[in-house]
Ligand binder design. Structure first.
Ligand SMILES: CC(C)(C)c1nc(N2CCN(c3ncccn3)CC2)c2cc(C(N)=O)c(N)nc2n1
Length: 330
């Protein structure tokens, strides 16, 4: 209990923070706003005002603490608590089937797969202690990454504090930060107007943004985040782990499917290869994983990647280039 803050002010600040957390979660994670932007902003400004009048009220998980005050000078290298593995690639259904058949021989009839869209952004690692975000890092080489906590805190879809009653003491979350296509276009128009070099694609724009030393630049851009891994959670399968991540307030990509056999995996891959352009963000394939964690442990890892996961990559698209256009004119 702080001494100088009147109890009704302390109570009101707590209420404001809880409201802004819930409204932010509804807007950025559920895509289902509960109040108008004006109402949200009015309450946000009131909290900023209270926290400036009573600095002892500020806590690191306050919604007002998303944007860092001063630019970092350089990034610090950090070692991931759990290494971030690479993924084997399959460039055809035949290669995917070969991978699946091998697993079927190893595990047997109880084998289940889960298919997730492969978001084309930047893999990132988030560390939570007692439910509070304490560190965020780039994937780096999988063992070491760059500490970019300040930048990741500005992504509204990343909870500063885990929701849900019982939170584990330590939760390591992995996910893909990304920039939606329309936001990518807007950023490039901004750069064009400023005479700066354009980003080639949303993935490069995302990686370049997360490497910004000034988190206010990151906060000025609409980055998204989809969580896909939880270490030290209670789940017994990837399907459950994704539900657990949602229960803690993370945004998890909704286009996922539990597949009983390779025919269902193939259907999912073919569907999204044809419909992926209807999504507002880039995907470059489907990540197929063995669902049950005890089956994953049974097959383990090669020296480079898990045997229990593979990235089915969509065939590269022929980008219509200017040369082709000129050829057509001729
Ligand atoms: C946990 C495992 C290793 C199975 C895993 N690894 C992933 N990736 C590893 C390789 N990565 C990588 N990135 C850069 C350089 C080398 N590898 C990029 C992330 C996943 C990426 C996505 C996604 N993009 O949507 C996803 N839904 N699930 C993933 N699951």
């Amino acid at each position: 209990m702080s001494t100088t803050v009147p109890p009704e002010i302390e109570e009101h600040t707590r209420t404001l923070r809880a409201l802004l957390h819930r409204w932010g979660y509804a807007y950025y994670v559920l895509d289902a706003p509960e109040v108008s932007d004006a109402i949200y902003d009015q309450h946000y400004r009131e909290l900023v005002d209270l926290e400036s009048r009573y600095p002892e009220l500020v806590s690191p998980d306050s919604p007002t603490r998303r944007v860092g005050e001063r630019p970092a000078s350089a990034f610090v290298s950090v070692t991931h608590r759990v290494p971030m593995f690479s993924l084997e690639n399959a460039f055809s259904q035949a290669e995917l089937e070969k991978w699946g058949e091998r697993l079927l021989r190893a595990i047997g009839p109880g084998l289940e797969f889960i298919c997730e869209l492969k978001i084309d952004g930047s893999a990132t690692a988030l560390s939570y202690e007692d439910g509070v975000l304490v560190r965020g890092a780039t994937r780096g080489d999988g063992v070491e990454g760059e500490e970019i906590t300040q930048n990741l805190r500005t992504i509204r879809a990343i909870p500063l504090k885990l929701l849900g009653g019982e939170v584990p003491a330590v939760l390591e979350v992995r996910g893909e930060a990304f920039i939606p296509r329309d936001e990518f276009e807007r950023i490039n128009q901004e750069r064009q107007a400023a005479g700066e070099k354009l980003f080639a694609n949303p993935r490069n724009a995302c990686a370049g943004t997360l490497r910004q030393l000034d988190s206010r630049v990151v906060a000025s851009r609409r980055l998204g985040f989809f969580a896909y891994t939880a270490h030290y959670g209670r789940a017994e399968s990837q399907w459950e782990a994704l539900a657990e991540l949602e229960s803690h307030g993370f945004r998890v990509n909704p286009h996922r499917s539990l597949c009983r056999d390779l025919a269902e995996v193939r259907t999912f891959c073919e569907h999204w290869e044809n419909h992926r352009h209807e999504l507002p963000y880039d995907t470059d394939g489907v990540v197929v994983k063995v669902n049950a964690f005890d089956h994953q442990r049974e097959v383990g890892f090669t020296s480079k990647f898990p045997r229990w996961a593979i990235a089915f990559k969509y065939p590269a698209e022929e980008k219509s280039t200017v040369v082709e256009a000129i050829a057509v004119q001729v």
